[in-house]
Design a protein around this ligand. Structure first.
Ligand SMILES: Cc1cc2nc3c(=O)[nH]c(=O)nc-3n(C[C@H](O)[C@H](O)[C@H](O)COP(=O)(O)OP(=O)(O)OC[C@H]3O[C@@H](n4cnc5c(N)ncnc54)[C@H](O)[C@@H]3O)c2cc1C
Length: 455
């Protein structure tokens, strides 16, 4: 008898939690498990701003998918660029750029999200994201390069422009990014005695009237005070009107001469979701509370890519926010439901009461709301670090992160610019592969052409 094929798309919080649970609960005779992932690691995204700031090395937040021999899942190195749910086939773009197909009996869609963009002139060419490991490493090098170039320049206007940085997005990702990178430049400038530290300017911009509204008014204001005390100019109720190679123009008319626009204005579900032609809610795939996609046989979706009903909230129609906290737990629940389905047992809906949010602002600063308790300053930062440290999946990652934190506290940063990604354009499309996806028609055509070729 052939074993049912379970194909998990995406090795993030949701996908890896699902695969590990399946490996633990199913014998190899019960199912064949495959994991489709462009990278051989699971990225611990919440610590990405600290990679950009040089507090952590990239390897310490990239958790290997092949750490243990107990991990028997077949790993396919590539990304899904389309799904034909009728034919039960996924179109895969391998890491060598070829297109192949992967048939499945049960599909778990966990491709996460990409940086959300808007139709703003120049954004596609000049904005940089903070969503992948490559982006964090690229931004670190880019910021250090601005210091190097400003130091070497004799032109005052160029110096000022290179030392002015703009971050868009007052959610936790943007706030942490601005705070951590401001500390990087604040500490690095001491190594550039020819540069006037007063020239360094950081701007945090958001169209919303408050920072991180999910933290509540009091903590949002505390975060604002911390950032302003550090000299970061926070502009609320404002967005970007246009951007070019030399300037960022804001919607309030200000023109900021700058070579750096970091764009963290929210996330949108992976473009893979659009290839299914199924119902979506604000771009996320509509699923039931058991994370089954209605009308598509054998398809589950979860994490940032899916609109999973939030049954722990009282209001009707509430959807789980796109957080790691939910994605990881949804991964485990989907695995349990798949095991139950294979064994003819009952499946269960996903229910999880949000544990709150922790925000590390670098140095001794933070704001956190664990289990509804409002904290700021050192206690908040300690809680943020303890939470992330405990949430790292492997002991080796825990050891790497702790060692990095200690080393950074004792020895600081050497602000080395590696130049590894210098030849990349660094655009969102470049690092987030948003242009690799097929349309539903292209998916069908591709599968049909393979059928003709292989008879
Ligand atoms: C800077 C930053 C800070 C954050 N801080 C927090 C925090 O403090 N707390 C919190 O709860 N959440 C935080 N988040 C959000 C959290 O990281 C996400 O909600 C979470 O990662 C979602 O999990 P996921 O499994 O859906 O997607 P991801 O973890 O993003 O995983 C998706 C995976 O799918 C892969 N993939 C993408 N496309 C394809 C494809 N076509 N085919 C195959 N594989 C694909 C990706 O490479 C990735 O490995 C933060 C996010 C960012 C960017």
């Amino acid at each position: 008898m052939t074993r049912p094929r379970i194909l998990v798309v995406g090795a993030g919080f949701a996908g890896v939690a699902c695969v590990r649970r399946l490996e633990r609960r199913l014998t190899s005779r019960e199912a064949q498990i495959s994991l489709l992932s462009p990278f051989s690691y699971q990225l611990y995204l919440p610590l990405l701003p600290q990679v950009a700031a040089g507090v952590l090395t990239p390897q310490s937040v990239a958790l290997s998918l092949r750490r243990s021999e107990r991990h028997r899942t077949r790993i396919i190195p590539g990304g899904a660029v389309g799904v034909d749910a009728k034919a039960k086939v996924c179109v895969v773009r391998t890491i060598t750029g070829e297109h192949t197909v992967e048939p499945y009996d049960h599909l778990v869609l966990a491709p996460g999200s990409v940086t959300r963009t808007f139709d703003i002139p120049g954004l596609g060419e000049h904005a940089r994201g903070m969503k992948t490991l490559a982006e964090a490493v690229y931004i670190r090098d880019h910021v250090i390069a601005q210091l190097d170039l400003a130091d070497a320049s004799q032109d005052e206007a160029e110096r000022a422009a290179r030392l002015q940085f703009v971050v868009v997005g007052g959610g936790y990702a943007g706030t942490e990014t601005a705070a951590c990178l401001q500390r990087l430049t604040h500490n690095a400038i001491k190594r550039y005695p020819r540069l006037d530290p007063k020239l360094i300017k950081w701007h945090l911009v958001d169209i919303a009237p408050a920072l991180m509204p999910e933290l509540g008014e009091k903590l949002g204001r505390a975060a604002l005070d911390i950032l302003r005390r550090r000299g970061i100019e926070v502009s609320l109720g404002v967005s970007v009107a246009s951007v070019d190679a030399d300037n960022v123009t804001l919607t309030d008319g200000r023109v900021l001469p700058s070579r750096t626009l970091i764009w963290t204005a929210g996330v949108a579900a992976s473009p893979l979701i659009g290839t299914l032609g199924a119902e979506t809610h604000r771009g996320r795939l509509v699923v039931g509370a058991d994370m089954v996609v209605p009308g598509l046989d054998g398809v589950h979706a979860l994490g940032d890519a899916a609109a999973v009903p939030d049954l722990a909230k009282k209001e009707d129609g509430a959807i789980c926010p796109p957080t790691a906290q939910h994605a990881q737990r949804q991964g485990r629940q989907v695995a349990d439901n798949l095991v139950a389905t294979l064994r003819g047992e009952q499946t269960y809906p996903y229910v999880h009461k949000d544990l709150g949010l922790v925000v590390d602002l670098g140095g001794k600063d933070g704001v956190s709301k664990p289990l509804g308790v409002e904290l700021h300053g050192m206690p908040a930062q300690a809680v943020a670090r303890a939470y992330h440290w405990a949430a790292l999946r492997t002991n080796v990652a825990k050891a790497r992160v702790m060692t990095n934190w200690l080393l950074n506290a004792v020895a600081g940063d050497d602000f080395v610019r590696t130049g590894f990604l210098a030849s990349k354009s660094g655009t969102l499309a470049d690092f987030e592969y948003t242009e690799a996806y097929l349309t539903p028609e292209q998916v069908r055509k591709h599968i049909a052409s393979l059928r003709t070729t292989h008879g």
